[in-house]
Design a protein around this ligand. Structure first.
Ligand code: ZN
Length: 1016
């Protein structure tokens, strides 16, 4: 089954703010069915098995069961994969915008009957070896998935999850904390102003200030105005304050009922134990409740196309205001349950939208009248009525009409001429390759893809049989009439079409603020004296409860002896072919060969280096001397997964202040395409051709437009990065290439430089960098790929010129220059309603014995100090500490309403720990270690084995030593390293991104500078 989770629609992801390393542990031996007892028609622990299917393409068996009493549906995918998944989900389809499902998702995690502790997921993070733990709210469903490789752990998590969803406490204080409340701006002072507060309330204010998520939300509300899609499932900040505690509880009773739930398990753990526990502990205690009120009806199709216009805030760090408009043209397509049609549409959307050979790319993007596609573009099959959208960002309003006209002509043309055969073949090849590619989180991905379909009772087992769907699609796409009919039905004759435009309004924030204060006034004026007294008391009570130390002993926890080291040294072969160092790894890659390469960029001058990310962006999008870019793209996608090039900067694991900078290139292909894939890289190295200036200008435009996307959603990463750049020149370099500074630099380039100047910089980078003797390479392949060595040798020989420098290119460490040791701060002023704060302190690098102690300390502080204070008391969405390879100890907060207080919390660390040293007991220490084990023991995808060594110089032995050191850390070590490295007399730097609460951030002798973020 195919699907893409796109960011145009809201997905709530709790807790895990830091990016996760990818993992996977697929083993593809076919095993005997584990669940031999199960047969169709047989009942087991109250569940009737209704279907058993073998899914050959994924080497697994699917079991579908229905609980007889409650009709709870259960899907089990049995597969020889140690990374087991479990999930429980509900169809949540509100008919208002109060955000009930979203607030419920938060409040069920505030404590349940058996586990009366706040935030059990966050607390379980330290008591478990989970490889994934989350709660997600979609437009019409909410689900709670986790994964783990340890069976004891898996059972522990299952208990906590099921109790949370079926038996939550949902107390009034939980509702006030997570949903919304009125509270005195000074808790102690009855006469201080009342303001709106609440975790979801603030979160949605943030989400509504992000232009692309707002457009996505309003688009879906407008094109599907009837029923649940007409509302904001996450909550409209101006509607949230209508929600009552009563309504929340009622919603839970009907929607979080077993009869409205779907459960999923995946992997190698026995199914029976799941069924037995679920039935005995929960389902057997319920009666059936017809979930008919949760059903989403298919929407009646329009007789006439419609149009709509909306406003958004001016993007201070976007392009010129007059160009900040967006347009989206959308069509409602087939019903999600029609799996073959949705499968076909995915392929058609790719043919129509993606890459230089697609019709819309040629007609719209290459006209260079916009900043490229916007985030709504694509085929959306996550909701009942699927839809196709093509949209552009950064366009002038005067171009709207032209764009519509071109879009219509493009569809007419597709209708007349169909698609080119070679183009169809390359899209189908992409599908085939992605079925073989054993992506990380396989069981979770299947769940994410199946959930929307299952939510509307679609045929999920058939959707898993992709080969069958693909076979039929291959035949149909090659039949011109078939394509013609589909285009006619879904586009030419389709009246359920919406053209929506979005224009920036300088008064946008004022409008919201006014509405908010009007709402506040009306709420406050309707309060009786008694209400006011209650609010005052509840405010104090909530604050008291938030500060209470909770008894976590009720939560299950793994024990030290249950942690088993599961990794062995990868079998790597190292050799040198010509001047190219090779790292070869034979692995279980399922018929796919993977290539990775690092190209050093040490030789570049400053003007070239700052353009490096742009160079990476265009590397696979240009002509070569033998192909024009369209033919090249066709060729590339017919034989490979596509090419990727990204900026690579890595710190030395043993030496602070040393780093490597370069370009990481990679691609993969079906085994038999290896020679072709290597030829393609050869072509890029030897025959680049950047002379097409029109294309250069257009790609620069699109690149700059894409840069400001996502600044707000990863603000904490940018804040840490900017703070780091004040204490390390490695990070100064990173800031220029990957940080907010890069956005500013590129905006300057776009404004001031001529295309031919940019071209000559790009050519110079290409001459300097794209050379065989500048490369080191890694390959992962199966033992069935017999000729792999021969091809790799030929590749190396062809790349290396005899008369070039014959030195072998190992990791090339660069010394950083020393920095001025003032305590500095940077306030990056940006027009966003929340802040991101960071503080960084240099300590010791990975191989130093103190590193493991600091690492444990960072986890301990995150869960026992920062999370309770910065999130639970101070109202930020998150707050954490972490440690990088080179030993920069970083604190950060995420979506923070009060930066000054948060920075003080960071500064108070050593004092707090000294006073609370008794908190570092055996259990808490163990929990901190367990969190680190989670990261270190993550399953690794076959194609990622040994990659840490290749990329960062981090060997298995170093990893093993680190693991032993972490497990050996003692309580007193934490206080010791805290006082040694983190006291306030140590050199540090800070950063705040946002309006800073308009506070003076400077403290003591700190030197602060204020800069404006990326400019108009
Ligand atoms: Zn949320």
């Amino acid at each position: 089954m195919y699907s893409r989770l796109r960011n145009g629609f809201r997905q709530t992801v709790k807790h895990r703010l830091a990016s996760q390393r990818s993992y996977s542990n697929e083993v593809l031996r076919k095993k005997e069915n584990l669940s031999k007892n199960l047969q169709v028609g047989k009942t087991i622990h109250g569940f009737l098995c209704t279907e058993i299917e073998s899914i050959q393409e994924y080497n697994m068996t699917a079991y579908f069961l229905t609980h007889e009493r409650t009709k709870t549906e259960y899907l089990h995918l049995e597969r020889d994969d140690s990374n087991n998944v479990f999930s429980v989900g509900f169809r949540t389809t509100p008919l208002d915008s109060m955000g009930t499902p979203h607030i419920l998702e938060h409040t069920v995690l505030c404590g349940s009957e058996k586990y009366p502790v706040r935030d059990p997921f966050f607390k379980m993070l330290n008591r478990s070896l989970a490889t994934f733990m989350n709660a997600l709210t979609g437009p019409d469903y909410t689900f709670y998935p986790f994964s783990s490789q340890n069976e004891i752990d898996y059972r522990n998590l299952q208990k906590v999850y099921l109790d949370a969803v079926f038996r939550p406490n949902l107390t009034r204080l939980d509702f006030l904390q997570e949903g919304w409340r009125l509270e005195h701006s000074n808790l102690e002072d009855k006469n201080s102003d009342l303001i709106f507060k609440g975790v979801v309330y603030n979160e949605m204010k943030g989400a509504f200030s992000e232009t692309s998520s707002l457009f996505g939300q309003k688009f879906i509300n407008t094109i599907l105005p009837k029923g649940t899609y007409g509302y904001v499932s996450g909550g409209d900040p101006l509607c949230i304050p209508q929600l009552t505690h009563e309504h929340l509880k009622n919603f839970h009773a009907t929607y979080y009922h077993p009869s409205n739930s779907r459960m999923y398990s995946y992997g190698s753990f026995p199914l029976e134990a799941n069924l037995k526990f679920i039935n005995e502990a929960y389902l057997s205690k319920y009666e059936y409740l017809d979930p008919k009120n949760t059903v989403v009806a298919s929407q009646e199709r329009w007789k006439e196309p419609r149009r709509a216009e909306m406003n958004c805030r001016v993007d201070q760090y976007g392009g010129p205001v007059e160009k900040q408009n967006q347009i989206a043209i959308g069509y409602v397509m087939s019903d999600i349950t029609n799996i073959y049609e949705t499968f076909t549409m995915l392929a058609l959307a790719e043919l129509m939208i993606i890459g230089p050979n697609s019709a819309f790319y040629k007609s719209l993007i290459e006209k260079n009248i916009s900043g490229g596609y916007n985030s709504l573009t694509g085929y959306e099959n996550q909701i009942r009525d699927t839809m196709f959208v093509v949209g552009l960002r950064d366009v002038e309003t005067s171009k709207f009409e032209t764009i519509e006209k071109i879009a219509n002509q493009t569809l007419e043309e597709i209708y007349e001429k169909g698609f080119e055969k070679a183009h169809i073949e390359s899209v189908l090849h992409g599908f085939e390759l992605s079925i073989k590619h054993q992506s990380p989180k396989f069981g979770l991905n299947l769940l994410f893809n199946l959930m929307p379909l299952w939510n509307h009772n679609g045929p999920i087992l058939n959707a898993l049989k992709v080969n069958k769907l693909l076979g039929r699609l291959k035949e149909n796409l090659m039949t011109p009439n078939y394509v013609k009919n589909i285009i006619e039905k879904y586009f030419i004759q389709n009246n359920h079409k919406l053209v929506m435009t979005m224009l920036p309004d300088p008064k946008f924030d004022d409008v919201f603020n006014e509405a908010e204060s009007k709402l506040l006034k009306s709420k406050v004026s309707s309060l009786s004296a008694n209400d006011k007294e209650a609010i005052y008391k509840e405010g104090l009570e909530l604050s008291k409860v938030q500060k209470e130390v909770q008894n976590l002993d009720v939560l299950p926890c793994l024990k030290m002896e249950e942690i088993v080291a599961n990794k062995t040294a990868p079998s790597l072969k190292h050799s040198v072919s010509e001047t190219i160092p090779l790292q070869l790894c034979e692995a279980n890659t399922n018929g796919v060969t993977y290539f990775k390469g690092i190209l050093g960029t040490d030789s570049l001058g400053d003007s070239e280096r700052k353009m490096l990310p742009f160079f990476n962006y265009i590397l696979d999008k240009f002509d070569t001397k033998s192909y024009n870019y369209r033919d090249f793209d066709k060729h590339v996608s017919k034989c490979t997964s596509g090419l990727s090039a990204i900026t690579h900067i890595t710190e030395h694991v043993g030496q602070s202040g040393q780093y490597e900078q370069g370009i990481l290139i990679n691609s993969h292909c079906l085994d038999h395409n290896l020679p072709k894939m290597l030829d393609i890289w050869q072509e890029i190295f030897k025959k680049p051709n950047f002379s097409n200036s029109e294309r250069m200008a257009m790609l620069l435009n699109n690149y700059c437009s894409s840069l400001t996307n996502g600044i707000v959603s990863s603000g904490h990463t940018y804040a840490v990065q900017a703070a780091r750049s004040l204490i390390s020149s490695v990070d100064e370099c990173k800031e220029n290439l990957l940080g907010i500074q890069h956005v500013t630099i590129m905006q300057e380039v776009q404004k001031t430089q001529k295309t031919e100047d940019i071209q000559s910089v790009i050519e110079s980078i290409s001459e300097n960098v794209l050379k065989g003797n500048n490369l080191r390479a890694a390959f992962h392949y199966c033992n069935t790929n017999n000729d792999v060595h021969e091809y790799i040798d030929k590749f190396c020989k062809d790349l290396c010129n005899a008369n070039d420098n014959q030195e072998v290119n190992r990791i090339n460490w660069t010394d950083s220059k020393s920095m001025n040791k003032d305590n500095r701060g940077i306030h990056i002023a940006m027009n966003i309603p929340v802040n991101f704060c960071a503080k960084v302190i240099p300590t010791v690098a990975y191989t130093h014995p103190d590193y493991a102690k600091l690492r444990v300390l960072s986890v301990f502080l995150s869960s026992k100090y920062l999370h309770p204070i910065v999130r639970e008391q101070n109202g930020a969405y998150g707050g954490r500490a972490m440690l990088s390879f080179d030993g920069i100890f970083s604190y950060y907060s995420y979506r923070d309403p009060n930066s000054k207080v948060t920075l003080d919390v960071f500064d108070e660390t050593a004092n707090w720990l000294t006073k609370n040293a008794n908190l570092i007991d055996e259990q808490n220490l163990f929990e901190s270690k367990l969190t680190i084990m989670q990261q270190m023991d993550q399953p690794i995808a076959e194609y990622m084995k040994g990659v840490d060594l290749f990329l960062y110089g981090l060997s298995y032995d170093l990893w093993k030593t680190q693991r032993e050191r972490v497990l050996a850390v003692k309580s007193e070590d934490l206080v010791e390293v805290c006082l040694k490295y983190l006291t306030n007399d140590k050199w540090a730097a800070k950063c705040v991104i946002g309006d800073g609460g308009a506070q003076d951030l400077k403290k003591g002798d700190e030197v602060w500078q204020k800069v404006s973020g990326p400019q108009q």
